[in-house]
Design a protein. Structure first.
Length: 99
């Protein structure tokens, strides 16, 4: 059997490789940035959920006459969810501005 020799890359191959590399780089960068915002949303959501739980409990008890047994859970989840939504929306806004 004969030896196979490597064929040189054509201009079309090089152009395709450059396009693929740029797409991979920008996709990785945008994905990495969004992952940082997701992590920040999770950490801030938990931290602020505990920090603002008492304030949220007072508000929910006053406005909605919620049951005191479930009030801490509802208050934490409400604060957590609001923080996560705000941080993720902010992350998408920043990610769109980076492009």
């Amino acid at each position: 059997m004969g030896e196979k020799t490597a064929q040189p890359l054509s201009y079309a191959d090089i152009a395709l490789l450059i396009i693929l590399a740029l797409g991979a780089f920008f996709g990785y960068r945008k994905g990495f940035l969004m992952e940082l915002f997701y992590l920040l949303a999770l950490l801030l959501g938990v931290w602020l959920g505990f920090k603002l739980m008492a304030v949220a409990m007072e508000y929910l008890a006053r406005e909605f006459n919620a049951d005191r047994v479930y009030l801490p859970h509802i208050a934490f989840f409400t604060v957590f969810l609001l923080v996560v939504i705000v941080v993720v929306v902010l992350g998408r806004w920043v990610s769109d501005r980076v492009d």
